[in-house]
Design a protein around this ligand. Structure first.
Ligand SMILES: [Zn+2]
Length: 177
């Protein structure tokens, strides 16, 4: 049976110094290449919460009220991306489930996203990525930060990106009227 999530043949999961397990490049990946396509079942918020009690966090949000992820323990490993957060990530989103390289990536690098690209949930977590731009405290509302909206423009999950676009367009229209 095929796995729920697609992984580039140039990516593999192994232990990470950031957290638990991570996804790593096994060969050079060019900017723009598709690295992961998140798969699973489409879940309501209520289904997500119920499944999360059994599986832990294994899904991602795809619209204001829908999520995608595995539903059973046997599907968990094949469905999880193991993309850790980094404040200088090398992957971003195109749409809601397609993760592409933000820049050229060398073999051996851990593949990471900034959770600001995908998350709109009430949570806080500490980051120790050690990058110069490290925010130290990551929250589920970080997508609202103007500097991150600028940094990742076009690479947020679409349900977040469209909010940013509409806020921006409202500002443009107000300034010209
Ligand atoms: Zn950081």
């Amino acid at each position: 049976m095929p796995e729920l999530t697609y992984f580039s043949p140039k990516a593999t999961k192994r232990a990470s110094s950031i957290d638990g397990r991570g996804l790593f490049a096994t060969a050079a990946i060019a900017k723009g290449e598709v690295v992961v396509v998140k798969g699973g079942y489409i879940l309501s918020r209520e289904q997500r919460d119920r499944i999360g009690e059994k599986l832990g966090p294994s899904e991602i949000q795809i619209t204001e009220d829908l999520f995608i992820g595995p539903t059973a323990p046997t599907e968990r490993e094949g469905g999880m991306m193991h993309l850790n957060h980094c404040c200088e990530p090398n992957l971003g989103l195109q749409g809601q489930i397609v993760f592409v390289a933000l820049r050229d990536i060398a073999a051996g690098e851990e593949l990471t996203i900034d959770y600001a690209m995908t998350d709109d949930e009430p949570y806080e977590m500490e980051c120790q990525c050690g990058r110069e731009t490290c925010r130290k405290l990551i929250t589920g509302a970080d997508w609202q930060k103007p500097e991150l909206q600028k940094k990742y423009g076009g690479y947020f999950s679409w349900f977040i990106q469209r909010r940013i676009y509409s806020e921006y367009m409202t500002g443009v229209l107000e300034s010209t009227s």
